[in-house]
Design a binder for this molecule. Structure first.
Ligand code: 5AD
Ligand code: SF4
Length: 443
């Protein structure tokens, strides 16, 4: 009988993509994936370290597997991803259920680690690599019927924003060969995907150096992918404002199948705070990029990440963030409270000096403001017809379908048999701050 594994994924889209790489590696070794943890010989948790509460959630899950271990003492529990990288050996001490610890660059070693753990050893590999991109692995899709798939194009990050753990957990930035990116896109398309998202911590700085001095940058890769799969929607995330060049925007404009949506994390609207974050742009430079996006890509969807309460954030810095949100008019935003991460430059040099109550109040103000702006952005869609890629039934009502517009807005509508992967023309009839509500436009 073949061995089985069960995998749970937390954190960003990169982690979702990595879980599919790990699944492919294990399946190649003869393992079978199961959906039920009680049926698994190996349980894996792909973890995130970006904020303290992400780590707490992962710990809760790992502790919960005690239940499985009680029933099946031979089951092995592995922690993979950013938290494995950050905590290493310490995880064995802190979490009694853990048998395997494997970092983001060591997944090729996972079959060997599982064997060692099965012999009762503590199996760990958290070596970071400057070259590993898993070029030969064709990821095994967790949801084989999904309309949308992920393809990582870069790994790691060299930006060293002072608050961020990622350069330490995912190591140096490196780009995957264009051929391997295109092969994955084509494999997803052959498997029924109608949309691919090119992933990296900072996709804009994609740069492949081939033999004989040939290079390919991100606009080049966008063109190659868009032409290789002209009937597939192409998305990408995440972009860094400093590297969001007009050339990239023109590459999007040149290809109808590249979605008009840019996710451009701003983090703060205050120049003083941006400087302490080492973001390498000012508020003015950021707003200039938004202007360029709106000029070169009219109707482009825009979203951002922002967090409150970073070291030294004064009331006036916070107001500058609120004013920037007003001015930028993002369609959507992910909003957080600063969480100090051990080992970062901020943890060493910049005191976590905004008290919890102030962080909470500022976050609430940001959420309320963006809620109003998101609602206004959605209201502007009412009456229009949008092309929606159906992702599946709506979470609340099986009769309704859920999908996304090119601008990445979520739409819910009476499904009339429309299935994941189909395109529907939907007239928008109403909205909330998070969702458009519509009806299929017949004919
Ligand atoms: N605390 C709070 N939010 C953070 N992010 C990254 N690091 C931290 C941190 N230490 C946010 C940023 C980033 C998103 C993925 O998470 O907004 O863009
Ligand atoms: Fe979390 Fe960042 Fe790691 Fe993604 S790369 S899992 S967001 S810490």
């Amino acid at each position: 009988m073949s061995k089985t594994f069960y995998i749970e994924t937390y954190g960003c889209q990169m982690n979702a993509a990595d879980s599919e790489v790990v699944a492919a590696i294990l399946e190649h070794e003869g393992y079978t994936r199961v959906e039920e943890k009680f049926e698994a010989d190996v349980i894996l948790v792909n973890t995130c370290s970006v904020r303290e509460n992400a780590e707490q959630r992962a710990r809760g899950r790992v502790q919960g597997f005690a239940e499985v271990k009680k029933r099946r003492p031979e089951v092995l529990v592995g922690v993979m991803g950013c938290m494995a990288e950050r905590l290493g050996e310490a995880l064995f001490e802190q979490e009694k259920n853990v048998n395997i610890v494997v970092g983001p660059d060591a997944y090729m070693k996972l079959p060997e680690l599982i064997e060692r753990a099965a012999r009762g050893e503590r199996a760990i590999n958290v070596e970071l690599s400057t070259t590993e991109t898993y070029p030969g692995i064709c990821p095994s899709r967790v949801d084989a019927t999904a309309a949308s798939g992920f393809v990582s194009i870069t790994r790691g990050c060299d930006n060293f924003c002072t608050y961020c753990i990622v350069p330490y957990t995912r190591g140096r930035e490196r780009s995957r060969p264009p051929g391997s990116v295109v092969n994955e896109v084509l494999a997803l398309r052959a498997g029924g995907c109608k949309e691919v998202t090119l992933l990296g911590q900072n996709v804009n700085s994609y740069r492949w150096r081939g033999e004989g001095g040939a290079t390919m940058d991100f606009p080049g890769l966008l063109g190659v992918v868009a032409r290789a799969a002209p009937d597939t929607r192409v998305r990408f995330a995440t972009s860094h404002p400093r590297d969001m060049s007009d050339n990239i925007l023109r590459a999007i404009a040149d290809h109808r199948n590249i979605c008009r949506h840019v996710h451009l994390p701003v983090q703060s609207g205050s120049n003083a705070v941006l400087a302490r974050m080492n973001r390498k742009y000012t508020r003015e430079a950021y707003l200039d990029r938004l202007r360029a996006i709106r000029e070169i890509l009219p109707g482009c969807g825009l979203s951002t990440d922002v967090f409150v309460g970073f070291s030294g954030e004064r009331e006036e810095d916070h107001r500058a963030t609120l004013e920037l949100l007003e001015e930028a008019r993002f369609d959507a935003a992910f909003m957080f409270k600063y969480s100090e991460r051990p080992g970062t430059v901020a943890a060493r040099k910049l005191p976590d000096d905004v008290d919890e109550e102030t962080k909470g109040r500022r976050l609430q103000e940001v959420i309320e403001l963006q809620g109003r702006l998101s609602l206004e952005s959605n209201r502007a869609e009412v009456g229009r017809v949008a092309e929606v890629l159906v992702e599946g039934p709506s979470r609340r009502n099986e009769e309704e379908a859920r999908g996304r517009t090119e601008q990445n807005k979520m739409v819910v509508f009476p499904g009339k048999g429309r299935r994941a992967g189909e395109l529907a023309r939907v007239r928008v009839k109403g909205c909330t701050a998070a969702t458009l509500l519509g009806e299929i436009e017949e004919g």
